[in-house]
Design a protein around this ligand. Structure first.
Ligand SMILES: *[C@@H]1O[C@H](CO)[C@@H](O)[C@H](O)[C@H]1NC(C)=O
Length: 350
């Protein structure tokens, strides 16, 4: 099928070529008989200006329709003329009034606009900005109060019973220009501290009586098991005492302390004494004086003699005779004391 179509195309083309060749042969036969002048086609329309603005050139063309025989020439196939394209700049309206500020308080912006009245053409200046902006400020914005976060809770306000914990916060920003007022700066909550009463042990057994006779006292004690806390009851007395009586006391004699010793006597004795301060009925008092031996070298000691012994027998049986008796020295004299008297005595006898 494809081969058949190709064959058809080739056949038709051959027919056309043979026909055109016949036409040219007829024409050459015709012109060769007379002189022929140049014949031109009519001008094309003018081209657009060669520039988009200002002075430029426009051109038009024509082509040769019939070529002349030799000796004749053809006129120009091109034609030119100058052209001018006027510039149109952009033109805009005057500014509108300023629009409202974008913020009712604080810093904002506001705009004004203008529109294009003449669009730019042919290299004309392009349009300027159609929107103008500027800052604007409304009233002072309200400033709300702001506060710090809460501080720590305080200790309970009382040491026992029902009290309150409290905590505080402080103003960080003071409100202004109608801003929200500050919230409460302190807060409370209840606290309850239960009291603990004092607790004591049970009593010890009674101690012995403070005296061995007569009225006295004896005591017993107890200790703190739990100290009172948070307003708890105070501790009771830890010591208890009571009267006690033993057998009736013997009546007493109360003596003063001893006085100082006397100087040593020449007999080598010193003494001291004391007095009765109180003597109960029926009481017996100890001795009120006391002696002690002493030695005083400077004391004069007189000689002391013993008593006389009995007289000896008379020296004769009859007539006058003598008899004697003797005595001895008990204490010899010293330090200038009296000398000893005679130790022998003689008398007449018959
Ligand atoms: C102030 O607080 C109110 C709500 O109580 C809020 O609507 C407003 O935006 C706050 N103003 C500022 C400036 O924060």
């Amino acid at each position: 099928m494809m081969i058949f179509l190709n064959m058809m195309v080739i056949f038709c083309t051959l027919l056309l070529v043979m026909d055109a060749n016949a036409w040219w042969v007829a024409r050459r036969r015709d012109t060769s008989r007379r002189r022929v002048s140049c014949q031109m086609h009519s001008w094309s329309s003018w081209s657009s200006c060669s520039v988009s603005c200002g002075y430029g050139l426009q051109s038009r063309y024509r082509s040769i329709w019939v070529y002349p025989t030799s000796g004749n020439t053809c006129p120009s196939t091109t034609d030119r003329k100058s052209c001018y394209i006027g510039i149109t700049n952009c033109a805009v309206s005057s500014w509108s009034t300023w629009a409202a500020c974008t913020k009712s308080c604080g810093a904002g912006t506001q705009t004004r606009t203008r529109s294009i009245t003449v669009y730019p053409k042919n290299c004309g200046a392009s349009c300027p900005s159609l929107v103008d902006r500027r800052g604007c400020a409304g009233y002072q914005c309200p400033r709300n109060c702001s506060v710090s976060s809460w501080g720590a809770w305080s200790k309970c306000s009382i040491t026992c019973g029902s009290g309150t914990f409290s905590r505080k916060r402080t103003i960080v920003t003071t409100p202004a220009y109608g801003g929200d007022a500050c919230p409460a700066l302190s807060e409370h909550k209840a606290c309850v501290i239960a009291p603990k009463n004092c607790e004591v042990s049970s009593w010890t057994s009674w101690g012995s009586c403070s005296t061995t006779c007569g009225p006295g006292s004896q005591s017993r004690t107890r200790t703190i098991v739990q100290s009172p806390e948070a307003c708890g009851n105070h501790c009771p007395s830890l010591v208890d005492s009571k009267f006690c009586a033993n057998k009736k006391c013997e009546p007493v004699c109360v003596l003063s302390p001893w006085g100082s010793w006397s100087t040593c006597s020449c007999a080598g004795i010193k003494t001291r004494s004391r007095t009765i301060v109180e003597k109960q009925e029926g009481a017996e008092c100890l001795s009120l004086t006391e002696e002690a031996g002493c030695k005083d070298k400077n004391c004069k000691v007189d000689c002391q003699m013993s008593g006389w012994e009995t007289w000896s027998k008379c020296s004769t049986f009859c007539g006058a005779g003598t008899q004697s008796r003797i005595r001895s020295v008990d204490t010899p004299p010293s330090s200038g004391g009296k000398a000893c008297p005679a130790a022998k005595e003689t008398r007449d006898c018959m």
